[in-house]
Ligand binder design. Sequence first.
Ligand code: CMC
Length: 429
Amino acid sequence: MSDTVAKLTIGDKTYEFPVLSGTVGPQVIDIRSLYAQTGMFTYDPGFTSTAATDSSITYIDGDKGELMYRGYPIAQLAEKSNYLEVCYLLLYGELPDTAQMADFTERVTRHTMLHEQMHLFYRGFRRDAHPMAIVCGVVGAMAAFYHDSTDINDPMQREIASIRMVAKIPTIVAMAYKYSVGQPFVYPRNDLDYASNFLRMCFSVPAEEYVVNPVVARAMDLIFTLHADHEQNASTSTVRLAGSSDANPFACIAAGVACLWGPAHGGANEAALNMLKQIGTPDRIPEFVAKAKDKNSGFRLMGFGHRVYKNYDPRATVMQQTAKEVLGMLGVENNPLLQVAQELEHIALTDPYFIDRKLYPNVDFYSGIILEAIGFPTSMFTAIFALSRTVGWISQWKEMIADPQTKIGRPRQLYQGSVERAYVGIDKR
Ligand code: CMC
């Protein structure tokens, strides 16, 4: 509990609310008794000032541009760790020792195949379906195939569902890709690491083996790591809200995938690359910057700005460096998109409009350039984000289910509609 109280005066009455502290970051005013005490609600569309939960998983200091998973700075994890180890860290709270890592890797690796009947499910989609539409549907359908891990009150079933989600999501996403290009599905291979296996499932064909380039595999692993979790963002909050009704984990993750799809969230990587292509050459940048500053244009610089970061997104720093490395390794360091991106970043960061609003490149600004260089079409970008974020969603879902304070999420509203009125028959209207 807290020693500090916040006082709220309404008319001639003053109410007191406890102020709670986390281990780091802003304190919160505990307003759970507000309605009971005052008969009023708070009003916070977009949750700009609302902490919806306690969490011990991810911490962001948006002003400093810091991101930590379980206390470890993202730059250290990006440099020294790997995605599967980060998955363990997010799911269980600590870095694994050698035996724990071997056991976890074994469990994930042994769950990578999909129920064979799910292949038929894919074939029901149109060939030109967006991969996110397929991923959303297939993840939701997992509840129909894996009944033995849908009882959320059984910790063992929750654990198995978590492993299944982390293990199968690369297979699900790769199959969505294969389906869209009319190629046969490629089964997972258990002798490959997580990222290499995903790349092979996407790019190998029966007629020709795909030799995984270690630089590309490392870049893929980094993209997964940098997107693995991001505290209570829109899709994670969606997963938590869906889970708060005790819905099964597969349904909850499908809800997260749906929310991630939007261009203001995970869809921004696809939109950012399309924008860079549309700009085409550095001489057209001023035209697009002017459009982004014009409120009537409805246009925003995609891959710029963030609700929480009011400084350079630390993930974008790693992404920018990785983009240079991957393009260098592939011999395309003069890639025009990278040049447009770097020039656009430079111009935007020296423009008072962007400086005043603290708009910096976010993770999605450079990730698309890497993914395109690897060979993915833009339609796959958000699906790869969903793959990476699945472990974050499932970690947050597990944390919520295990928390005895969890209640069904039920926001209230400021009603602006008609007051009570009598029904009028159609002949009298
Ligand atoms: N280009 C131009 N102006 C912008 C941009 C942008 N990308 N982003 C924000 N602004 C302006 C906005 O018009 C507003 O100006 P004013 O104060 O004059 O009205 C001000 O900056 C604040 O914007 P906001 O919409 O109130 O900020 P928000 O916190 O609600 O939105 C955001 C955050 C990420 C939705 C927004 O910055 C945006 O739409 N960015 C482009 C999409 C994007 O890159 N999204 C990926 C986010 S990172 C990956 C993820 O987490 O999914």
